[in-house]
Design a protein around this ligand. Structure first.
Ligand code: ACO
Length: 376
């Protein structure tokens, strides 16, 4: 009889490697990109400079990073075959489903192993462009080309809408993109690193990562936060609605986190951004629902340390800048392409195939097949 195997089901607390990209201080409520506290980057640091920090390992000499700005511009040259394939997607697909194919299409056979920064710039530049093109086409609108005079955040809104975005919306989206650019060994980044560890390419790894990001307990939560606020409708209805949900053992989206056992610094920052751009009545509803939800969650789970997570005020910010709910998780992916690239390169720089084990609990060896085997 072999000794019992210790199983770590959700890999909680399991350290799978070393990384110098971002530090998630779950007990202290910190998120640090290569030494920089994200709270000090937002507002004001352009997304291009955060990309620079994550990909080159240090802050750029100027904002927005001239190197990244140049590289993203040069990477927007999407081959006609890729555009034609993107345009051939069924127009009724939810943007997130379309995005999975659009990321995959960027892997045109030229990307290999190890992943490169140039491939990363392609992923970062082309993901919002292809996504905006798809969304416009599915609304029967012509594509809008990116503009060289606009930054990454402004260009995203410009390509989606075809009109110059309001500066307040650009600032809010920039803060959102900065805050969601990377986050330690979260589920989608882990998936990406597993794929890279097999010596596969960046676009295959990012396609797989998007599949993980889609799940409602990971990056799929924010549209459900908006749905919840709609369903509650008025602050005085929050208590009854939430009690019913907890009674049915359903989760409340936007609360709880595997790593943070205190305030999530991104949630605090996104709350600040929401205060600046959200419609006052929506904001009041969200704040009131948040207070009620935290009180009831903490009463239901007195031993757990439950706080508001990044997705709660992400929903308010993305709503306020006019993005439809179906674009919430795709926009999360637009932000995370930076972190995914940095992690892919780091994984390849000191690679070992990620191949854990499982405790087999099926029948023991020795069963005989129940019929005579054919072909003998
Ligand atoms: N709603 C209801 N119950 C919850 C919630 C929630 N939001 N969060 C945690 N709990 C419960 C758990 O079910 C668990 O109950 P149990 O002890 O009866 O099994 C207890 O509180 C303790 O949970 P934890 O161990 O702290 O949470 P865990 O690490 O398992 O899960 C998770 C983290 C998956 C994020 C969870 O909090 C959740 O489902 N939240 C809602 C979905 C969400 O908002 N996801 C976005 C996360 S942020 C991101 O990925 C970008």
């Amino acid at each position: 009889m072999e000794a019992p195997i210790r199983v770590s089901k959700g890999l909680d607390g399991t350290v799978v490697g070393r990384s110098s990209i971002s530090w998630v201080g779950g007990e202290t409520g910190d998120l640090v990109y290569r030494g920089y506290d994200v709270r000090d980057l937002v507002p004001g640091v352009p997304y291009e400079s955060v990309v620079h920090l994550l990909l080159f390992g240090e802050a750029p000499d100027a904002d927005p990073s001239p190197e990244v700005t140049r590289a993203l511009r040069a990477s927007r040259n999407i081959p006609p075959g890729v555009l034609a394939a993107a345009d051939a997607l069924p127009a009724g697909l939810p943007p997130l489903e379309a995005l999975r194919s659009l990321i995959s299409l960027q892997g045109d056979g030229t990307a290999g192993y190890p992943p490169t920064r140039e491939e990363g710039f392609r992923l970062i530049a082309q993901t919002p462009e292809l996504l905006a093109r798809y969304v416009r086409r599915s609304r029967g609108e012509r594509p809008v080309a990116p503009r060289d005079d606009l930054g990454h955040a402004a260009n995203y809104l410009w390509m989606l809408r075809g009109e110059p975005p309001a500066p307040a919306h650009v600032a809010a989206l920039e803060g959102y993109l900065d805050l969601l650019a990377d986050h330690g060994m979260n589920a989608s980044t882990f998936v990406l690193r597993i794929v890279v560890s097999t010596e596969s390419d960046l676009f295959s790894a990012a396609t797989a990562a998007l599949g993980a990001l889609k799940g409602p307990v990971h990056g799929g939560a924010p549209s459900r936060v908006s749905d919840m606020l709609d369903a509650i409708g008025r602050p005085e209805r929050a208590e009854g609605w939430i009690e019913g949900r907890l009674r049915d053992r359903q989760v409340l989206y936007g609360f709880g986190h595997r790593a943070y056992k205190t305030d999530d610094p991104r949630a605090t920052k996104l709350h600040e951004i929401a205060r600046a751009v959200a419609e006052p009545e929506r904001l009041r509803l969200a704040e009131s629902v948040e207070r009620t939800a935290l009180a009831l969650l903490r009463a239901a789970h007195p031993n757990a340390r439950l706080f508001t997570n990044v997705e709660y005020y992400s929903a308010l910010v993305l709503e306020a800048i006019g993005l439809p709910r179906a674009m919430f998780t795709p926009t999360f992916a637009v932000a995370r392409t930076a972190g995914w690239t940095a992690h892919a390169i780091e994984q390849a720089s000191d690679n070992r195939l990620i191949r854990p084990d499982v405790d087999y609990v099926g029948p023991a060896k020795g069963l005989a097949w129940p019929r005579a085997r054919g072909g003998a």
